[in-house]
Design a protein. Structure first.
Ligand SMILES: [Cu+2]
Length: 134
């Protein structure tokens, strides 16, 4: 008779552990740490295939890269103004964000050797630049 008490206690601890284990088992390993923008400006291309363009909020337009190797890239544009756009053109490429729109937009572009141009259409005389593709 005296032995039944410890046995029950052990059983209760086991049950508590089982509940605790159950509660902590909801960590779905889908939360992959997607490291934000890799801002390593690899001039030689191939390693990083993302190009970064930016326009606004002032009268500024820019790309993080000035020279890249030919190839296919994801062009990520951060349009920070509702009065500007980012219009990227060149051999086989003509993509643009909306003037009135803002936010981040992605374009897939295949660049060939030559000079590509980016411009804000409403202010093209002062807001423009080039990307050299080798
Ligand atoms: Cu503009």
């Amino acid at each position: 008779m005296r032995r039944s008490l410890p046995v029950m206690a052990v059983g209760a601890v086991a049950a508590a552990l089982a509940v605790a284990g159950c509660g902590s088992s909801d960590d779905s390993s889908s939360g992959d740490t997607t490291a934000a923008t890799t801002d390593t400006t690899t001039a030689s291309g191939s390693a990083s295939d993302t190009l970064i363009g930016s326009v606004g909020p002032g009268f500024d337009i820019s790309m993080a890269e000035s020279t890249v190797a030919a190839g296919t890239y994801t062009l990520k544009v951060d349009d920070q103004a509702s009065i500007h756009n980012f219009h990227f053109t060149g051999d086989g490429v003509d993509v643009a964000t909306d003037v009135s729109g803002t936010g981040e937009q992605m374009f897939t572009v295949t660049l060939k050797p030559g000079t590509y141009t980016y411009v804000c259409d409403p202010h093209s005389s002062q807001m423009h630049g080039t990307l050299t593709v080798t």
